[in-house]
Design a binder for this molecule. Structure first.
Ligand SMILES: NCc1[nH]cc(CCC(=O)O)c1CC(=O)O
Ligand SMILES: [Mg+2]
Length: 392
């Protein structure tokens, strides 16, 4: 059989040569089934009734590049690694047990001390060497001006110290915002008229960031969305000699419904107003409108000019277009926050058997990387790393 004959294998019947073609095809399939497959029209083992067609004249067949797992992995464009993950940890000190968070199955407020160490040690054993610390502040320490945020011996500061003492090479990120310490449940100081004060709040955010740097933080992350806070924090850190402490800015943080479980975890949701004080029930006067895209460019330009080292988009999956936008707008690394509500959705569907959790989660992580994120903050940090390591 020569090449010309083989090329005819699998072609649609043409009256004159139909019989000859069948014979050739049978021989070809018997001795070299791969040849028949190469022509894209194998007749081996097709269900009866499968139409016999003329192969399409298609020089470009993208399926060729998907034909084997070996080949697919060889040409994969986006890779997820535990090195990309930043693991959020909730810390409390109301007793020595971890406390489950009802709306985040599998996630706990960790008891300050060895429970925190053990959790982080487990993360590190899977290659996750970055954490971001969120303290659960007891109600009696919350005030309208949130001074606990910069208490040098506050839970946040002690947790940072504990982590850096235990794991000197761990990258410890912090959250800079007043909400966990604010009796009004806002990221900034609320005036009696219900305005979240910008410049006054920044004064305290700077103190908070410096106190975290003094405790040993590697990266401070303002999540408050006040205007100008990145530049002010940069100057405050530099003034105190912390020129090596980085700033990861929540650059495009949207006023999202997906933060609900996080606010459960820290009891940090905006509180009801009082007779003499109007407390806004939501964060829409500082967090971005979910409808806005161009505005993210404006935020990014400001943060870059003010000295941000990393820019973040939050939430994650519903905002992949914004991740891609920042990736193309700036040379800075881009982080994305796969937030508490996104975690809760996946867990809830998985618990009901409606989604394959591992596949759905790794698909989400891959999508963040494809959209252009370098860093991924995710409560799935440990589980996803186990899956990436091939564990069940
Ligand atoms: N400023 C605090 C802060 N930092 C991170 C989150 C949300 C994270 C999550 O939902 O996982 C929030 C909550 C908020 O802005 O209300
Ligand atoms: Mg801004």
């Amino acid at each position: 059989m020569n090449a010309t004959q083989l090329r005819g294998v699998g072609r649609a019947p043409c009256k004159g040569c139909h019989r000859r073609r069948l014979v050739i095809r049978n021989i070809a399939e018997a001795i070299r089934p791969a040849v028949a497959l190469k022509n894209g029209n194998a007749r081996v083992g097709v269900p009866e009734g499968t139409p016999v067609v003329t192969p399409q004249d298609l020089p470009s067949r993208p399926r060729r590049n998907r034909r084997s797992e070996t080949f697919r992995s060889a040409i994969r464009e986006s890779i997820v690694s535990p090195a990309n993950f930043i693991l959020p940890i909730f810390v409390h000190e109301e007793g020595s047990n971890n406390i489950p968070i009802a709306s985040m199955p599998g996630i706990y407020r960790l008891a300050f001390g060895k429970n925190v160490i053990n959790y982080v040690a487990e993360a590190r054993s899977y290659g996750v060497n970055q954490v971001v610390v969120f303290p659960k502040t007891p109600d009696h320490l919350k005030t309208p001006t949130a001074e606990e945020a910069f208490n040098p011996n506050g839970l946040s500061q002690r947790t940072i110290r504990l982590l850096k003492d235990s794991f000197p090479d761990l990258e410890v990120y912090t959250d800079v915002a007043l909400d966990p310490y604010n009796s009004d449940g806002h990221d900034g100081i609320v005036s009696d008229a219900g305005v979240i004060l910008n410049d006054e709040t920044i004064e305290y955010l700077c103190r908070q960031a410096v106190s975290q740097a003094e405790a040993g933080a590697d990266v401070v992350s303002p999540s408050d969305m006040m205007d100008g806070r990145v530049g002010a924090i940069r100057r405050a850190l530099d003034r105190e000699g912390f020129t090596n402490v980085s700033i990861m800015s929540y650059t495009a943080k949207y006023a999202s419904a997906y933060y609900g479980p996080f606010r459960d975890a820290l009891a940090s949701a905006p509180k009801p107003g009082q007779a003499h004080r109007r407390i806004p029930p939501n964060k829409k006067t500082y967090q971005m409108d979910p409808a806005n895209y161009r505005e993210a460019v404006r935020e990014a330009k400001a943060d870059e000019a003010e000295g941000a080292d990393i820019m973040m988009v939050k939430p994650g999956m519903p905002y992949l277009d914004v991740v891609r936008l920042l990736r193309e707008t700036s040379p800075l690394p881009v982080a994305v926050y796969h937030v508490s509500g996104e975690y809760a959705m996946l867990k809830a569907a998985a618990e009901r058997g409606w989604l394959n959790e591992k596949d759905a989660v790794l698909e989400a992580m891959t999508s963040f990387r494809r959209a252009g994120a370098d860093l991924i903050l995710t409560y799935y940090g440990i589980e996803a790393s186990k899956w990436l390591a091939g564990e069940k």
